[in-house]
Design a protein around this ligand. Structure first.
Ligand code: DC
Length: 222
């Protein structure tokens, strides 16, 4: 198989990570969940009592941060200053903090540098908000996944309940609305569909249907 990079962007709860994992396993290529990196930055800020919206302090904090991504047996683990934080970054507080730190250009530049280094010379599927528009604008396949707010809320709620988290539908909806607005209105590399991306509304589709559709585009390319 020749080298291929696949960019999957879209708002929270649209199904990006489920689909990206499926593609990575099917093609045997690396999967990078870029949101996990912003989450790790937010976790560090929260632990150190730094306001996740304070540009000056965040720019300093990110200067000396060590974020490492390990891939073993098709699974991504995220290390913050050598501690495995893969589970700790999934809380509602970290989700909101990640959306806040992601508005800060100094944070984004550092994360994008890491993301591009991981993609260098190999086939990858990367999911995020700005992969097709900014991180890997030359990706061969660009997908923009969407779904209605209600459906995205329902999916995120089910996912969190299955992990034993104590959340209400309303809280989950508010968190998603907050992030949608924050992620798409920031100045630097906002959540946006690339001009050459294929948009798929997954509201009424199963994971298998979405995966089959995307695999169809990939097969046509190869
Ligand atoms: O994909 P996620 O929900 O784990 O991402 C958490 C936050 O990180 C999201 O609200 C916005 C930010 N993010 C971003 O700005 N750019 C990316 N490429 C990935 C995530």
């Amino acid at each position: 198989m020749r080298r291929i990079t696949i960019a999957i962007d879209g708002p929270a709860g649209a199904g990006k990570s489920t689909i990206a994992k499926y593609i990575s396993q099917t093609l045997g290529i690396t999967y990078l969940d870029t949101g996990a990196m912003y989450r790790a930055v937010a976790l560090k800020a929260i632990r150190e009592g730094v306001d996740t919206r304070d540009r000056e302090k965040m720019a300093l904090l990110v200067k000396n941060i060590c974020i490492r991504i390990d891939f073993s047996e098709g699974e991504q683990r995220v290390f913050l200053d050598n501690e495995d934080v893969s589970e700790k970054i999934r809380s509602a507080q970290v989700s909101q903090g990640a959306s806040d730190v992601a508005t800060i250009p100094e944070v984004r530049l550092k994360m994008v540098e890491l993301q591009r280094a991981i993609a260098k010379g190999k086939s990858v599927v990367m999911d995020g908000r700005d992969i097709g528009t900014y991180v890997l604008p030359d990706s061969e396949i660009k997908i923009f996944l969407t779904a209605s707010l209600e459906e995205r809320t329902r999916r995120r709620y089910m996912e969190q309940v299955s992990k034993g988290m104590d959340v209400s539908l309303d809280e989950v909806r508010k968190g998603i609305e907050y992030r949608d607005k924050n992620d798409s209105s920031r100045d630097f590399a906002p959540l946006a569909k690339a001009r050459d991306a294929i948009e798929i509304d997954t509201t009424h589709m199963t994971v298998e249907e979405v995966a089959r559709k995307i695999m169809g585009f990939i097969e046509r390319f190869q």
